[in-house]
Ligand binder design. Sequence first.
Ligand code: NAP
Length: 249
Amino acid sequence: MPRTAIVTGAARGIGAATAQRLAADGSAVAVLDLDESQCRGTVAGITDAGGRALAVGADVADAASVERAVARVAGELGSPTILVNNAGIIRDNLLFKMTEEDWDAVMSVHLRGAFLMSRAVQQHQVRAGWGRIVNLSSTSALGNRGQANYAAAKAGMQGFTKTLALELGRYGITANAVAPGFIVTDMTRATAERIGVSFEDFVTARTAEVPVQRAGYPEDIAAAVSFFCSEESGFVSGQVLYVAGGPRA
Ligand code: NAP
């Protein structure tokens, strides 16, 4: 049965690969990001491959923007029953240098964003008696130097996921989290820049710590998200899957 999915932060990186994967799996996909024009590349990739997609500009941390975006998706693409809360930012710094703005910005996009999007989409899922919510956590949830804000947010995503699983299970809705390790995207490129090493050297150094001895790519994460969004994963809920080339949990 064709479904409608919303993937947040899907203009690039993991979100773009996930949107493309869910479209290839047969869903119509709302490609949501801050700037609608930035979503066009992902949308074109999907439509060129024969899929259905819609570019949606919205700020996941803003309640009115989220409500408008979800209503637009329902009207133009179909009632959304799959939600991937992927939008994210980093504002890294050691605790003593971290500003309140850095703390609040990270909490807003990851936690408030996932909360607002899930609250807006669940009404469609409850009505359908079926739904899939996948939240992006991170190996940073286990603790990571320079990421007190991000680690707290990503650990928070896991508690949020488990609670959604408990509350929404009776409506045929599952909620799971994917926790990526080191993935080659603009986000990790920005980290290399911040610490003053070339991205190539950064990838080599990080890959040396990975048991399978390679970097992760957005498609690795998209494959895990795809499973949690599938019809056949309906008995799997409240789980956190580390996709990190090794255990890390
Ligand atoms: P990315 O390349 O930086 O992409 C993130 C996207 O989210 C960007 O397009 C960004 O838009 C968008 N976004 C930011 N704030 C938003 C908001 N308020 N509303 C809507 N969209 C917003 O990041 P990525 O590496 O693909 O990461 C995707 C997810 O995986 C994030 O949740 C991240 O924390 C998680 N993750 C990544 C890694 C990794 O190694 N890359 C590891 C673990 C977890 P703008 O460009 O306009 O800011």
